[in-house]
Design a protein around this ligand. Structure first.
Ligand code: FUL
Length: 693
């Protein structure tokens, strides 16, 4: 009789569940606020400030507030775009590193109140708070701890100022869902006219404990973001992706904001992390965080945005996507267009959940109770979960579609209110009567989405292979997402040959060189195009069978480097990796060596600026943060043409573009590293270029 009852229960049909206790939590676990925040999944950043008007990423703190003058600022437009994209909130840069305040703070003159915008009577924070309310979005604030404008930065007095400002923004604008503290702290700045370098002890200067207590008092439900949490941590890069192994627990007490080895050591979280501090992936829809007209054609492609989505939300993290507001005070049309494409595509990708209420079975069910049976993972209820008995770690759940079904996405969620548990899992599919392994991965956490090629599966099986305790799976979804045709990959070599590479086999590519949008009536790509002059290329790919097309991308190339040579001052050849047009090959040198070299452009040319592409490697060592740029017509007499910083290069190592005040004619150039990040005896340059246009 007993055996009979047991097998009846194992099928998950019926059982008295009251007798089976729920699993004990595996610490650490999220707070209610952290759970609510995690479930927001997707929200936006708005970078807008004085930098927007100086065309910089980090201004120095001395730009006149009179420069801030958006012609048609409309925070309702930002909120509408965010809402339509499915974002759940917006975080505004109330004050960035330059210290300029977007609200009329009574503690400084460096704010909108001394700008011509609305005759100094405007308040951007208020306008956004109202717009968010209207559109049902939550509002967050970014308040930079580093302040390059303030005379007291670096002294204890500044902390009072910082807290006064926090009090203003956390008191006067309604509920705040997230308070965002940047890890970039200390360095050179205006500092009330002192114009010097001020470093701070990142561990102790801000007395974070008391600042956190203040925030908790003013906004008890707000989530606090910084490298070290306490509620949410940085994901360690500004590309918008978390890692295949991403733990929400963190060894929080070993971390402090702005530590150099954070990315390498802590950004993935730890299996034995002591505190629940989940990851947030932040990225801008363009290369920079602030609006630069020169990036209007560099808004991320649909494929890039989709990858970001799957590699952040699909890897146990939230996604904070930045929309830079332009000088009009609007999100640019190109950015809105790309965002709309992402939203439409995601709608299609997740249109039809093939797992919902499918037939399921599990290798083991906690106490054989219906409360924990396998069907709980596909019932569309986030509060129920399939669980195994304590100590039963290795376990599987099978979904039976009953007929061969075309699938290519697998979404799985752990019941994290009781802790993140799974350490290793695999996905199998029954195809033509044979079980095959589709994927093998590590962590799941709040949400994990696997993408794979189309398969015709009759059943699929999730195998939990290792976990910190018995696995609790609250949700499984399965989809068939339509294939998208990606854009061609475009490269130009040192000789000036432009090649288009198809993103997949069998695709055709069309292009124009006259600035017009290409169609299938434009030139079809067969072989590399030669041009030593500047080129604007517009191109797309198309599947000739289905006629499905990619979006159109625009690539600008300046003069080619076919005549360029790189040598020591005495003419001894050096590696060409910094002028080979390949951003993936680095010239590895050091600060001392970097003084004795020159790049010969082959002829005298007039240039308006230069570009520096830092190493695209994973870690930050060897990036130039402060530069001097020299030019010469004879290779002997050199003139310093520009000097400055490559702002935010450590966190966001994208190509840096420096424009000169006026054009200069030169035959030789030299980029010198005044300061580098990390070890001073290492400099890595991926590419140096010039701007002639
Ligand atoms: C960085 C800052 O330095 C950038 O300017 C930007 O605000 C980004 C979100 O965080 O670390």
């Amino acid at each position: 009789m007993f055996i009979l009852v047991m097998s009846f229960y194992a099928c998950g049909l019926q059982t008295p569940s009251t007798t089976v206790a729920p699993p004990e939590p595996v610490l650490p676990i999220p707070t209610t606020q952290q759970m609510e925040w995690q479930e927001m999944e997707f929200y936006g950043f708005i970078h807008f400030s004085i930098n927007t008007f100086t065309d910089e990423e980090w201004s120095y703190g001395d730009s006149s507030p009179e420069l801030f003058n958006p012609s048609e600022l409309d925070a309702r437009q930002w909120a509408r775009i965010a809402k339509e994209a499915g974002m759940k909130g917006l975080i505004l840069t109330n004050k960035h590193h330059d210290g300029f305040c977007l609200w009329p703070s009574k503690y400084t003159e460096y704010s909108v109140k001394n700008s011509p915008w609305k005759n100094g009577k405007g308040d951007v924070v208020k306008e956004l708070a109202e717009a968010c309310r209207e559109y049902g979005l939550k509002m967050g604030i970014y308040l930079s701890p580093w302040d390059r404008n303030h005379a007291d930065y670096g002294k204890p007095k500044y902390i009072d100022y910082f807290r006064n400002q926090l009090t203003e923004v956390l008191t006067n604008y309604g509920d705040i869902f997230e308070v965002w503290f940047d890890g970039a702290n200390g360095g050179d700045g205006y500092y009330g006219g002192a114009k010097e370098v001020r470093t701070v002890d990142k561990k102790s200067y801000y007395d974070w404990d008391n600042t956190i207590a203040l925030i908790r008092k003013l906004q008890p439900n707000a989530i606090l973001f910084s490298d070290a949490g306490p509620d949410v941590r940085w994901v360690g890069n500004e590309h918008g992706y978390s890692y295949k192994t991403t733990w929400s627990p963190l060894l929080k007490d070993s971390v402090y904001g702005g530590m150099l080895d954070y990315n390498e050591k802590y950004s993935m979280g730890q299996e034995n992390g002591t505190h629940w501090v989940p990851a947030e992936s932040d990225v801008s829809i363009r290369p920079g965080w602030y609006y630069h007209a020169s990036e209007d054609n560099k808004v991320k492609t649909l494929e890039e945005l989709l990858n970001i989505y799957y590699k952040s939300i699909g890897r146990n993290s939230t996604l904070l996507l930045n929309l830079p507001v332009d000088r009009r005070g609007l999100v640019h049309e190109n950015d809105e267009k790309q965002l709309k494409k992402l939203t439409a595509q995601l709608k299609q990708d997740f249109a039809n959940n093939l797992a919902l209420n499918t037939k399921t079975s599990a290798s083991q069910v906690r106490g054989n109770a219906s409360t924990y049976q396998s069907g709980r993972a596909v019932d569309g209820d986030k509060n129920t979960y399939w669980a195994t008995d304590d100590g039963v770690i290795a376990a599987s759940i099978t979904l039976d579609f009953e007929t061969p079904t075309l699938v290519n996405r697998f979404l799985v969620q752990e019941y994290i209110p009781l802790g993140q548990r799974v350490k290793q899992f695999s996905l199998e599919a029954e195809i033509d009567g044979r079980w095959q392994t589709i994927d093998h991965q590590t962590t799941i956490g709040y949400k994990r989405i696997l993408r794979f090629d189309d398969i015709m599966a009759t059943r699929i099986r999730l195998n939990i292979e290792d976990a910190k305790a018995n696995p609790l799976i609250s949700n499984i979804e399965v989809y068939h997402a339509p294939l998208i045709v990606d854009v061609p990959y475009v490269i130009r070599d040192k000789q000036g040959r432009v090649s288009l590479i198809a993103p997949a086999e069998g695709l055709d590519m069309y292009y124009t060189l006259d600035g017009n949008g290409p169609t299938t009536g434009s030139s079809k790509y067969y072989q590399p195009l030669m041009s030593t002059n500047p080129v604007v290329l517009k191109t797309f790919s198309i599947d000739p069978e289905t006629q499905r097309q990619s979006e159109v991308i625009t690539k600008h190339f300046d003069i080619s480097k076919n005549l360029w040579k790189i040598t020591t001052q005495n003419g001894v050849p050096l590696p060409e990796t910094a002028i080979d047009e390949n951003p993936l090959s680095d010239w590895e040198t050091n600060k001392q060596e970097l003084v004795d070299y020159k790049i010969d452009l082959g002829e005298i040319i007039t240039i308006n600026g230069f570009t520096y592409t830092p190493t695209q490697g994973r870690w930050v060592s060897g990036l130039i943060s402060h530069y001097s740029f020299y030019g010469s017509t004879d290779g002997e007499n050199w003139k310093k043409i520009a000097k400055g910083e490559f702002s935010n290069i450590a966190a966001n190592p994208v190509q840096q573009t420096i424009k000169f005040d006026k054009p200069v004619s030169l035959k030789y150039i030299r980029l010198i590293a005044d300061k580098v990040i990390g070890a001073q005896n290492q400099v890595r340059i991926a590419e140096i270029g010039v701007i002639t246009e």
